[in-house]
Design a binder for this molecule. Structure first.
Ligand SMILES: O=C(O)C(=O)C[C@H](O)[C@H](O)COP(=O)(O)O
Length: 240
């Protein structure tokens, strides 16, 4: 009996302490990985893939243009299969998934083995799923309250969405006042004309957007055109 009591107490202690530490450590590690990944990427194309056969040539076109970190949105039925094909066929690409809206999406994505996950927003359930996982994850925020919710779960790297519509650079600067340690990936309304301005902000680690992979060009299979947009964008950023 005494033995059982001791082991019961030990179990209680062991169950509490490591799980608290692990959740915190994992989220911090997730965030560090994400920041490194975003900084290396600088620009992240937000991909909407309608036909599975476009996935690999699109990834190759982006990589050929110097853009390796790709966000495949869960907006279309073929998204998961597309990400899988890209990972298998284009090893230079760093494939992540966007439009993660709920814990079920998160679980599907986590099983895929992608490099990162992004959401346009957040919910407590989604943040909880992300803290239980080791997948680097950026929730989306547009307001101070949403950012405070993200921070309360340990997420200090966020997608600022929709960036232009939610206040643009002035809005981001205003958020930077009370939240000086948060890093952002503004997405929504970012393009060739304003990417450099966003990236010049000290709390911006990368920008995302669909300008690098317009739907019309994907539908037309204009892979050379997509490579050219990437090259032009990166050249302009280097000169900025
Ligand atoms: O699909 C998602 O998960 C989103 O979060 C939305 C996209 O990131 C934006 O729609 C991209 O905006 P544009 O570059 O202005 O086209």
């Amino acid at each position: 009996m005494p033995c059982r009591r001791r082991s019961g107490t030990g179990r209680r202690l062991r169950a509490k302490r490591p799980s608290e530490t692990k959740a915190k450590m994992t989220t911090t590690a997730q965030q560090n990985q994400l920041v490194a990944l975003f900084k290396a990427a600088t620009v992240i194309p937000v991909l909407t893939i309608e036909r599975i056969q476009d996935a690999v040539p699109l990834a190759r076109a982006l990589v050929a243009g110097g853009v390796r970190t790709l966000e495949v949105t869960l907006r279309t039925p073929v998204a998961i299969e597309a990400a899988r094909a890209m990972m298998a066929e284009v090893p230079e690409a760093v494939v992540g998934i966007g439009t993660i809206l709920n814990p079920a999406d998160f679980t599907r994505v986590e099983k895929l083995g992608v490099a990162f996950g992004i959401s346009p927003g957040l919910t407590p359930d989604l943040l909880k799923a992300a803290t239980d996982s080791s997948l680097p994850f950026a929730p989306g925020i547009a307001t101070a309250s949403e950012l405070m919710m993200a921070l309360s779960y340990g997420f200090d790297v966020a997608k600022f969405f929709p960036a232009e519509q939610a206040g643009g650079i002035k809005g981001l600067r205003a958020l930077g006042g009370p939240f000086p340690n948060v890093r952002f990936c503004p997405t929504g309304g970012v393009g060739e004309a304003n990417a450099a301005t966003w990236l010049a902000e000290p709390n911006v680690v990368a920008v995302g957007g669909s300008w690098l992979c317009p739907t019309a060009e994907i539908r037309a299979g204009n892979w050379a055109g997509i490579t050219a947009i990437c090259q032009r964008t990166l050249k302009a950023l280097k000169g900025a």
